[in-house]
Design a protein around this ligand. Structure first.
Ligand SMILES: Cc1ncc(COP(=O)(O)O)c(C=O)c1O
Length: 389
């Protein structure tokens, strides 16, 4: 059980606004914000390099907390600035060649498609896009059929940016595993929202952002790489941080996923993110998932009662991301209107869900993304406001 009064007390902005843009960027808990601020203050007081030396333990704790959040080990974690960067770090390390196949789905994230298209144009890699069935779920039979001996990667976005569906990450893991194909999971919208266990899912690598459901600061993320995969992969580009440089003609890769890291990062942001991860781990992924799914379901039920509202989430399993449109108003108009009532939602258009939207024949949706610190009353308030539009 989550102590709702406590998590709301740790999130001071909820006194003044209703934040349903957690899939965009959530609100940091006070402890994470303070930890980052104290770090920056120390940098100003004693110097950047000197502060690193004072924060050795807290920095190490970032890797412990990140690993705990997905049931991995700290050596399998690399810190970086975003989910896209984490994803690219792994993707561009795969030595694709002409004729190789990438198996993806129409629900994959826009930036991921950019990477696929680039490798197609550069190298002649074939991109296979698995469609969804009439229920909106990924056609796993088609996926299994398309994975042949030329398949070099299976890519899945666990929860897409503008569709409430939760994709079957573990089932895709079984398919990839039995075919012996690396599996890259974009968990940008799922970690911090639902329980994600890399051992159970069986992914080779996974990418995460800090600012969304994990409630960390902007400009943070991490990459997980399975230790068995790590033994056989060299990052596409290397910083001296990722190796032991022996001389002008020799280096050795670090044993851990830190081989993917750069020397220079947002050190204070990493401390803030570590703290947000600790906060998440203390609440517990299962508790978080239970509450968010409950609030997401309630939000859909309530929106359904508003005349002119159409819900756009599909698939058998749904998250706290609720997408909808309102007859006679664009999603941007809805966002602006609710914002005037101090309710934050987002209007999703553009590249993030472009491929899925094209196939579904829509071009934009309003997105209310609930978190565990939100309440039923806040949902009722949003629905009441919408009814007056
Ligand atoms: C499914 C998914 N993957 C990746 C990203 C990119 O995350 P970032 O902006 O941290 O690179 C997003 C952002 O909305 C997303 O929704």
């Amino acid at each position: 059980m989550i102590d709702i009064d406590q998590v709301r007390a740790d999130t001071p902005a909820v006194k003044f606004l209703t934040h349903f843009n957690n899939a965009g960027a959530s609100l940091m808990p006070t402890s994470a914000y303070r930890a980052m601020l104290e770090y920056l203050q120390r940098e100003q007081e004693i110097g950047g390099y000197e502060t690193v030396l004072e924060y050795v333990e807290q920095t190490a704790d970032f890797y412990v907390q990140a690993a705990r959040s997905i049931n991995a080990s700290p050596a399998e974690i690399a810190f970086c600035e975003s989910a896209t960067k984490a994803w690219q770090l792994f993707f561009y390390s795969i030595p694709f060649k002409r004729g190789d196949r990438i198996i993806t789905t129409q629900l994959d994230y826009g930036s991921n498609f950019v990477g696929f298209i680039q490798q197609h144009n550069r190298l002649g890699v074939e991109v296979v896009v698995i469609e969804t069935d009439s229920n909106g779920d990924i056609d796993l039979v088609a996926m299994e059929r398309e994975i042949d001996d030329r398949a070099r990667l299976v890519s899945l976005s666990h929860i897409p940016t503008a569709n409430g569906i939760i994709n079957p990450a573990a089932q895709v893991g079984q398919i990839a595993k039995s075919a012996g194909v690396p599996y890259l999971l974009d968990a940008c919208q799922s970690i911090g929202q639902i329980d994600v266990d890399v051992k159970q899912i069986g992914c080779s690598a996974l990418s995460v952002t800090g600012r969304k459901y994990l409630r960390g600061p902007r400009g943070t993320g991490f990459l997980y790489v399975d230790e068995n995969v790590l033994a056989n992969i060299e990052p596409g580009w290397l910083d001296q941080r990722g190796v032991v440089l022996r001389g002008s003609d020799q280096y050795e890769l670090l044993d851990s996923a830190k081989r993917f890291e750069n020397f220079e990062v947002g050190f204070g942001a990493r401390i803030g993110f570590g703290n947000a991860l600790k906060y998440f781990n203390q609440i517990g992924a299962k508790n978080v998932e239970q509450r968010i799914i409950k609030l997401g379901t309630y939000c859909r039920e309530k929106l359904h009662t508003v005349s002119g509202v159409s819900l756009h989430d599909n698939g058998a399993h749904r998250s706290g991301i609720v997408t909808f449109t309102l007859e006679g108003h664009t999603p941007v108009e809805i966002r602006r209107f609710l914002n005037q009532h101090k309710i934050n939602i987002w209007a999703c258009a553009g590249p993030g869900s472009l491929v899925d939207f094209q196939r579904r024949g829509i071009d934009s949706v309003a997105r209310a993304s609930v978190h565990y610190f939100n309440t039923e009353e806040e949902i009722e308030k949003m629905v009441a406001s919408l009814s007056t539009l």
